[in-house]
Design a protein around this ligand. Structure first.
Ligand code: GDP
Ligand code: GDP
Length: 460
């Protein structure tokens, strides 16, 4: 147990309704505060702990402190924040980018500048690069470069976590930006766009009790149970960052981080829908199985979702310590996956024990490789040399007594690898021939375990 009063203190401040509670939930990963459209609604809790880049911080949401404060908006903001800000190691000052900079924001910023605190200026509700002019306008608050993010949609959260971690006391990298001077709008305008290449986004999914939480704790190298939102509030997801030699990895998850419900059945029902949410945010998905139980229909269901969403996948066989005949178990599971999920042929399989930690070190390298495969590109030249040979080996079938004329192929995109096949009446190509081509692509260009898309374009 940590005494949370010794942790660095991060305070979220700003006028009502800018999204402070939503951000708090994102960072703490628990639905501790009630989010509401009504400004000034009472919040039941306002304090929690968050884990940012492996460091614990104490987080205060001043939205919970707005009650019974002086009557003007600025008065309320100031009264609610004063004591929290006084103790803060870092203040996250939030504005609503959609609304732009308001007079209350300006008042509060002027006051905040005088407090001599480290401040990070956050322009929230900027999902999908919305409100970019308003984000720039926030420079005028004189609190440094505004960080555009969306607390509700989870955009920019991993970046924010890094920015917070960089500003914590005792941090190795003290890299403070000047923040007491308003900068011209265009001078640093680029900085907003110039985000570092994002972290690999990873989801750990699987049925209840597969060992997802144990695995997560093992990966984080810390005995800490991260609890998710209460059952029923499936829309929340939380993000945790970790690093390997290649760089940052952001763990996006819902199911794996969810607190255990008393009623297991509820979790069973939830695990698929929760997985969908996590999948959509992830690039690579680790499908975790309890290897002692073999493959369950629900595992296949989740795997099909991964394929449908076009994500890279690594199959994790957990509880390997408890498996008696390892060779047979591995074979049985691999066979079942291959026969039930032709689309995921060659899926990388990693065996380990999240409980003892044995073998877990193989997981992230496998994740990186899956990510590379998912990102890979084949040149049109290579592709068509292979394609011609493939056509020779097996002629395209007759359709309505006429042979289809397949002309050439090109890779339209990666993530997942997507190919377009052009030809006369190409759209009539039977599935069996498509599978032949997809399998050939997979083998020739080393694309194991990733969904491959083949689109057909008819030409005249
Ligand atoms: P607080 O009063 O500052 O704590 O604000 P809340 O967290 O209660 O959020 C106020 C409203 O803004 C709620 O309806 C949220 O759903 C919404 N909101 C929060 N973050 C975002 C965001 O990133 N984008 C959008 N569009 N809405 C958000
Ligand atoms: P989750 O529901 O997927 O998050 O599963 P948990 O991480 O809570 O694990 C479920 C149960 O399986 C717990 O009792 C864990 O101690 C146990 N468990 C997790 N990993 C392993 C493992 O590698 N070996 C064994 N023998 N048990 C494990």
């Amino acid at each position: 147990m940590t005494d949370s009063s010794t942790l660095p203190l991060v305070v979220i401040a700003g006028r009502p309704n800018v999204g402070k509670s939503t951000l708090f939930n994102r960072l703490v990963g628990r639905r501790q505060a009630i989010v509401s459209d009504m400004p000034g609604v009472t919040r039941d809790r306002k304090e929690g702990e968050a884990l940012l880049r492996g460091r614990k911080v104490r987080l205060i949401d001043t939205a919970g402190l707005e009650e019974a404060a002086p009557d003007t908006l600025f008065g309320r903001m100031r009264a609610s924040s004063e004591s929290a800000v006084a103790q803060a190691d870092l203040v996250l000052f939030c504005i609503d980018a959609r609304a732009g900079v308001t007079p209350a924001d300006k008042h509060f910023a002027a006051w905040l500048r005088k407090q001599n605190k480290k401040v990070l200026l956050l322009a929230n509700k900027a999902e999908g690069a919305a409100a970019s002019n308003e984000v720039l306008e926030a420079y005028s608050l004189g609190l440094g470069t505004p960080l555009a993010l969306s607390a509700e949609h989870g955009e920019g959260i991993a970046h924010l976590m890094g920015e917070i971690a960089d500003r914590l006391p005792e941090g190795e990298r003290v890299r403070e930006k000047p923040r007491s001077r308003a900068k011209p709008l265009d001078e640093d305008g680029e900085e907003i766009e110039e985000r570092p290449a994002g972290p690999l986004r990873l989801a750990i999914v699987g049925r209840p009790n597969a060992g997802k939480s144990t695995l997560l704790n093992c990966l984080l190298g810390e005995e800490r149970m991260i609890t998710g939102p209460e059952p029923g509030l499936t829309r929340d997801s939380i993000a945790v960052s970790l690093h390997d030699e290649t760089g940052p990895i952001q763990l996006v998850d819902t199911a794996g981080l969810r607190r255990k419900a008393r009623i297991e059945q509820d979790l069973e029902r939830m695990s698929v829908s929760a997985s969908i949410e996590a999948l959509k945010m992830a690039e690579v998905v680790v499908l975790t199985l309890d290897a002692t139980l073999g493959v369950h229909e629900q595992d296949l269901q989740i795997a099909r979702l991964i394929e449908r969403e076009g994500r890279a996948c690594v199959l994790a066989l957990n509880k390997w310590d408890a498996v008696e005949d390892r060779a047979a178990t591995r074979q049985a599971i691999a066979d079942r996956i291959e026969t039930s999920l032709a689309q995921m042929r060659g899926i990388p399989v990693v065996t380990f024990s999240a409980l003892t930690g044995a073998g877990v070190n193989k997981l992230l390298p496998a994740v990186r490789r899956a990510h590379e495969v998912w990102n890979s590109r084949v040149t049109t030249g290579e592709l068509n040399r292979w394609f011609e040979a493939a056509l020779e080996r097996h002629q395209p079938p007759l359709v309505d007594g006429r042979r289809l004329k397949l002309r050439y192929m090109t890779q339209a995109k990666s993530r997942p690898p997507t190919f377009i096949l052009f030809g006369t009446r190409a759209e009539l190509l039977p599935d069996a021939y498509k599978r032949y081509l997809v399998n050939g692509l997979r083998e020739t260009f080393h694309l194991p375990g990733t969904p491959i898309r083949l689109q057909l374009r008819g030409t005249k």
